[in-house]
Design a protein around this ligand. Structure first.
Ligand code: DGL
Length: 270
């Protein structure tokens, strides 16, 4: 069982921010990644569509024989149910580990959350934080447009368009005096520099991909499923649209291009 890969999925490129962190902290693990590039974005879709996509994505990874499934997508984690029982496999989303860290980090008890429209409309992060800390104030802002910018490689903090968009969307959170902002969509860490500049250095940004990678390691360790040190981890990537576009932009997320193959699959078969 230990030898099996970690399965990770997202609507597109965003989940690669979790892959990058997993590769950093668990270099011995193999990874199988599915990016639903043919159906991105998820954040503007209905609950029924998101539920259907999440199940298909997870079923594909299960068929690939993974030992755990990571929904590295704020939207799926907020809208779709926990699929661990249905799949008979350990499963995690990004909401719980991210909220845990944000609650540890805040000093003034004012936390901002940015995510896709579906994520923010679900109030998933806010509910989770206030379940444990009813005294905290949580301010939510949906930034669906950020996903399109990121999917098109528009992330340069010096780019005027990026600066304008970030400043327009972050204004309400800036005005509310938050000291912590949850990047509640796995695409958003790519805009972290632009968001950080806008919010100022007194505001801590919490990266949902990174927190989920740390939590995944804890789950695997608890179950005795971590791989031994004598194996160099590899990664395989699957997408539902043309592999060429994915390869082109994946380097942005991974800080290097996917060295191994990127293959197209028909996700409707799962
Ligand atoms: N990366 C995804 C998330 O974390 C979704 C972006 C989208 O497909 O709208 O929410």
């Amino acid at each position: 069982m230990k030898e099996k890969a970690i399965g990770i999925f997202d609507s597109g490129l965003g989940g690669l921010t979790a892959v990058r962190e997993i590769q950093k902290i668990m270099p011995n693990e193999d990874i199988i990644y599915f990016g639903d590039t043919g159906r991105v974005p998820y954040g503007s879709k209905s609950k029924d569509a998101i539920n259907k996509y999440a199940r298909q994505d997870a079923r594909f990874l299960k068929k690939m024989g993974v030992k755990i499934i990571v929904a590295a997508c704020g939207t799926v984690s907020s809208v779709a149910p926990d699929l661990s029982e249905e799949l008979g496999l350990p499963y995690t989303g990004v909401v719980n580990p991210t909220c845990f860290t944000a609650a540890q980090v805040t000093k003034n008890g004012r936390i901002g959350v940015i995510g896709t429209a579906a994520t923010i409309n679900s109030h998933s992060y806010k509910r989770r934080i206030q379940e444990k800390h009813p005294e905290f104030e949580v301010y939510e802002e949906h930034c669906q447009l950020f996903v399109s910018f990121v999917e098109n490689g528009l992330v340069d903090p010096d780019d005027e368009l990026v600066r304008l968009m970030v400043s327009r969307y972050m204004k309400p959170l800036k005005d509310s005096g938050v000291d912590t902002v949850i990047l509640g969509c796995t695409h958003f860490p790519l805009l972290a520099e632009a968001i950080g500049r806008e919010m100022g250095s007194h505001v801590t940004l919490i990266d949902s991909g990174k927190e989920t990678a740390i939590y995944t390691k804890i789950i695997l360790a608890e179950r005795g499923l971590l791989r031994e040190n004598n194996h160099q981890g590899s990664a395989q990537y699957y997408v539902s649209d043309t592999p060429a576009d994915f390869e082109k932009f994946a380097g942005l997320f991974l800080k290097n291009s996917p060295k191994n193959h990127v293959e197209h699959i028909n996700i409707e078969e799962y």
